[in-house]
Design a binder for this molecule. Structure first.
Ligand code: GLN
Length: 491
């Protein structure tokens, strides 16, 4: 491994150590990343920056370090997906509906990371209300992939992934409902993990599909993800009724364990038609590395993989149609200017405030929940969701974790996939773990068509994050894909 020479080349672990030893101050680090964010504004990653707020936080971190009272992430600058509400920055969720919205409180994820000493650089672009796979559904603007600015960064956490890949932040937060951490991580050549459903509090994370939404870290290394995830997780029972009643864990505890004898399940359904050759080749390369590291590849089957697409695109819109009913012009965000009565105000506000994809989902969701269709669509989808979860449990009898591609292709061209169905189909490999509530990550596996990054997805059983992160860490000890930099953004 080469020795990093610039602040933005340091991992979170390396930067945190330099901050603790006071070789680098938090103010210096924050200024460095703010300057980079400004210099690479054209990527579109950041949507809200407030230097004064960031520098005030950095000064407080420096004081805490000097006083010896600081947390594990003291002074480390990070960016937050704009789905997490923040009291010091606006929150838009990528929607016109929330233009000018200012939250009176911080999301639990924001509070936890701040308590660990992290400094907020700003808020990051995303698909509107986290619905999308290319960040092209953002009302705020497009995000470019740092590896090729004519391509999408993935979505919905596209700004979070692009910022890390372009070294505009050492790490960021993302959210994953059906792949929104793993797929952009794969497209941008970084590492991102979605924990077991319920590990990360959803309090203050604007709801899309509540039974699926989870927060997680995005960074260049698995070790960094483990450090951040340890700070983010833990019960928040008073604020999120689906928060797991399990104590916070140190997810770095298994880093360094050898992989000898590890059984990696290879689902046949993840390698069938539709997987592009370049992604297959990169994924195969990573699997060979695992064999060299002592793991054994075990063929398994997840027979309902294909069904995860219709199931997800019934359940997620159903929940969204309910969650998004709160955006009606009364309590927060956009309100139409001219209206005749209350109903007219609702209608005009929602027609003006929501983008096409969000409207499509609200309508689909309302339809599948409506009288006469509920049993045929929503209930049926719930039953198959359960079977998908059962399929995983059957598979985990034969393996310790599951590996496959995170996405069927590398990042496509901006504007290249306008058909909503084509976008939905590309979610095929990330949806199953989401529906089952299992932890999953994407780790750089190599490069494909056009020199674009390819991510390997690893899925663990419930609460298996530490093992999962170590598996990704071991791959990163043996390969250097995660250390490569997109040309043009290095300086
Ligand atoms: N691409 C999926 C969707 O559009 C997943 C989004 C997400 O995980 N937030 O719903």
């Amino acid at each position: 491994m080469s020795t990093p020479t610039q602040l933005h080349d340091l991992s979170v672990a390396q930067l945190a150590a330099k901050l603790q030893s006071r070789e680098v101050s938090s103010v210096e680090a924050a200024q460095h990343f703010l300057a980079r964010a400004k210099a690479h504004q054209n990527l579109g990653a950041y949507v809200h920056i407030n230097e004064e707020v960031t520098l005030a936080q950095a000064r407080a971190a420096d004081a805490a370090i000097a006083a010896g009272t600081s947390g594990k992430l003291a002074g480390v600058p990070i960016g937050h997906k704009d789905l997490f509400v923040t009291k010091d920055f606006p929150t838009t969720a990528g929607s016109k509906m929330l233009t000018g919205y200012q939250s009176p409180f911080d999301a639990t994820m924001v509070t936890r990371l701040a308590e660990a000493g992290a400094v907020t650089l700003g808020k990051l672009n995303m698909d509107e209300f986290a619905m999308g796979s290319a960040n092209e559904n953002s009302a705020i603007g497009k995000v470019s992939n740092p590896w090729d600015v004519s391509r999408v960064p993935g979505g919905s956490s596209g700004g979070s992934a692009a910022a890390v890949a372009a070294r505009l932040a050492p790490a960021t937060t993302g959210t994953d409902t059906g792949g929104s951490i793993r797929q952009p991580a794969s497209f941008c050549g970084i590492t991102g993990i979605k924990p077991t459903y319920g590990r990360a509090s959803r309090y203050g994370m604007i709801a899309f599909a509540s039974s699926l939404d989870q927060a997680g870290p995005m960074a260049r290394t698995a070790e960094d993800c483990a450090i951040l995830l340890s700070e983010m997780c833990g019960p928040d029972l008073d604020r999120d009724s689906t928060s797991l009643d399990r104590p916070a864990e140190d997810f770095t505890r298994s880093l360094g364990d050898k992989l000898d004898g590890l059984r990696i399940g290879i689902p046949a359904e993840f390698f069938g038609d539709g997987l592009s050759d370049d992604v297959r080749a990169a994924v195969d390369g990573a699997l060979k590395e695992y064999e060299k590291l002592g793991a054994r590849l075990v063929p398994i089957s997840l027979p309902r993989t294909e069904l995860s697409i219709p199931v997800y695109y019934i359940i997620a819109p159903a929940e969204a149609s309910s969650n998004l009913s709160r955006f009606d012009g009364v309590k927060f965000g956009h309100r139409a200017k001219d209206y005749t009565d209350l109903v007219d105000m609702y209608k005009k506000t929602r027609a003006e405030g929501f983008g096409d994809e969000v409207k499509r989902r609200i309508m689909t969701g309302a339809y599948v929940l409506s009288h006469g269709y509920y049993d045929a669509y929503y209930l049926q989808a719930q039953k198959i969701r359960r079977m998908i979860a059962d399929d995983f449990q059957a598979a985990f009898k034969d393996c310790d974790l599951i590996a496959g591609p995170a996405a069927p292709n590398v990042a496509w061209a901006l504007g290249g996939k306008s058909d909503p169905l084509a976008n939905y189909l590309a979610d095929i490999y990330t949806l199953p773990a989401s529906l089952a509530g299992l932890p999953g990550l994407s780790v750089p596996a190599g490069f494909g068509e056009g020199g674009m990054p390819v991510g390997l997805q690893l899925i663990g059983n419930y609460y298996g994050e530490a093992k999962l992160l170590n598996a990704a860490h071991q791959l990163q000890q043996a390969t250097d894909h995660h250390l490569r930099q997109p040309a043009g953004i290095a300086k």
